[in-house]
Design a protein around this ligand. Sequence first.
Ligand SMILES: Cc1cc2nc3c(=O)[nH]c(=O)nc-3n(C[C@H](O)[C@H](O)[C@H](O)COP(=O)(O)OP(=O)(O)OC[C@H]3O[C@@H](n4cnc5c(N)ncnc54)[C@H](O)[C@@H]3O)c2cc1C
Length: 286
Amino acid sequence: MIGTEFEFFAPRALDEALDLLARHDDAKVLAGGMSLVPVMSLGLAHPAVVVSLNHLADLDTVSEEGDTIRIGALARHKQVGSHPLILRHVPLLAQAARSIGDVQIRNRGTLGGSLAHADPAADYPAVMLVLDARLRLARQGNERVVPAREFFLDVMTTDLAPDELVVEVQLPKLAPAVGVAHERLRRVEGAFPIVTASALVEPGRRAAVGMGGIGPTPVLLEVPELFEGDPGDAVFEAIGQRAYDAAESAMEDLNGSARYRREMARHYSQRALRQALARTREGATR
Ligand SMILES: Cc1cc2nc3c(=O)[nH]c(=O)nc-3n(C[C@H](O)[C@H](O)[C@H](O)COP(=O)(O)OP(=O)(O)OC[C@H]3O[C@@H](n4cnc5c(N)ncnc54)[C@H](O)[C@@H]3O)c2cc1C
């Protein structure tokens, strides 16, 4: 139960939503409510005003424009995991979306809400880094596009201004030969992951792994050594060591110590990269 009163608005147009955010200092945006409602129920946030995005038309559309896939911020995880354009051109994102929480969370939770919330354990942030995503942000009378690599600043802290919305995520299409894999460690079905590893291998061009759940913000590791001849166990072990080293900001909580997280970064990054590489050898990414 939410113990404090708040004023609720359900605007029908983006301009109206931005105007409400500009006029109210103590406003919070409601998308899927899967994180905001628990936070308010626990008394960790008590905004005076809640502005729902759920009646805005076109904020959940998925489209393609040239080499770019555009996804509206209000696209639900279920939609992200099953949309034909996402499955074909950015399958790593679809894999991540399908792994989130349980069916209720996937039916309600949104891409934009997850990115704005910036939970260090969330599945999407590291995927955004690997895919070189850009986020279109809007506030009254002003729009800007921010690379995902500059968006996540700290635990649940992003580059968003208080009166600014994530309205769209822009992703470069992957080539058909790209192999991808999203791997995650979680203890029970439906729970947040403890550590995630999202890998991409484009033969001869780029190999990278993004790691989530490690430290305050996602960690990106480029791994060009995957192209040096036939990468055997020694190459993967060296990559695992680099993942361990890159996870130096690892945090400790009830799920595990910082050392444990770094060991999981070592293990899951190798596992995801091996899978992504295997998929390139099967000749398909999908
Ligand atoms: C039991 C459970 C299990 C979960 N498991 C996972 C998991 O495995 N992996 C995972 O990644 N996530 C998981 N989640 C989180 C889930 O993905 C949420 O859906 C997500 O974090 C928030 O999205 P939302 O649309 O519900 O946002 P909301 O809860 O509506 O909002 C979250 C925050 O973002 C702000 N916000 C929302 N939309 C925007 C926007 N467009 N622009 C600016 N600010 C905005 C809100 O004001 C609020 O501060 C889980 C949640 C629960 C409750």
